[in-house]
Design a protein around this ligand. Structure first.
Ligand SMILES: Nc1ncnc2c1ncn2[C@@H]1O[C@H](COP(=O)(O)OP(=O)(O)O)[C@@H](O)[C@H]1O
Ligand SMILES: [Mg+2]
Length: 231
């Protein structure tokens, strides 16, 4: 589903954040990116999500080359972003509506779905994330853990094939972490493709089929994590 061939990325200031990364992620696979701060995890996730383009190398999603030209094609970009959902580490950047229900309905409305379908998706996603009580609240005035759940609900409202998540457990208390882990379990069971950066070893063992260890912008190791799942 995702295929990177010799991808490098240098930021405008010349900082080289990815060096010659080649990686294949088949559909339905759960992949954890691990490694020290600054090793390039977030940069790699941004490339996968089309937020930044490789400065060298090639990126294909389901056989289609993802580059600046492809992402300038509004129809292609819309469908690509629908299929690949992105949950930022700092979810504040992704919440901007006046109420949680409008926030979740935003994407489906952009897709041009009927108002009844948008409402049904809002209801489903509020329920899935256990945030029905937040429906009429202002997203910016919710707690960190609530914001993360709202951001997940927004992404899931588009029914993506793949979820790309940057440190989905960071900054959450134990209860909120458990909610997100439970969600990831069910997404995995639903055969969604999952790619996430994390420092949480338990999450890697529980969810990931593959761990991609990074070091200084390069892939240092690709391995199957030891199983902790009872399944
Ligand atoms: N917007 C940016 N502009 C310039 N350099 C950046 C930017 N974002 C990240 N970097 C640099 O790129 C490298 C990789 O960062 P990042 O992908 O955020 O790593 P990680 O997520 O693993 O902590 C680091 O050296 C970091 O300082
Ligand atoms: Mg990061």
């Amino acid at each position: 589903m995702f295929r990177l061939i010799g991808v490098s990325h240098a930021y405008d200031d010349g900082v080289s954040a990815l060096e010659d990364v080649s990686l294949k992620i088949p559909r339905g696979r759960a992949v954890a990116l691990t490694g020290a701060n600054g090793c390039g995890k977030t940069t790699l996730l941004r490339v996968l999500n089309g937020l930044i383009a490789p400065t060298k190398g090639e990126y294909f999603f389901d056989g289609a080359r993802i580059d600046k030209a492809a992402l300038k094609d509004a129809r292609f970009a819309k469908e690509f972003h629908r299929r690949v959902g992105f949950v930022f580490q700092n979810v504040d950047a992704q919440l901007f509506c006046g109420s949680v229900e409008d926030e979740i309905a935003f994407g489906p409305r952009q897709l041009g779905l009927s108002e009844a379908e948008c409402r049904a998706r809002v209801d489903d996603c509020l329920k899935l994330l256990g945030i029905e009580a937040l429906r009429n609240r202002a997203p910016y005035a919710t707690s960190g853990g609530e914001k993360r759940r709202i951001a997940f609900a927004c992404v899931l409202s588009l029914n993506p094939d793949a979820l790309v998540m940057d440190e989905p457990l960071a900054g959450l208390d134990v209860g909120a972490q458990e909610t997100v882990v439970e969600l990831l379990r069910s997404l995995k069971a639903a055969k969604k493709t999952l790619v996430f950066a994390t420092h949480n070893e338990a999450l890697v063992r529980e969810i990931a089929d593959v761990r991609v260890g990074m070091d200084s912008g390069r892939i240092a190791a690709i391995e199957e994590p030891p199983r902790s799942r009872e399944k």
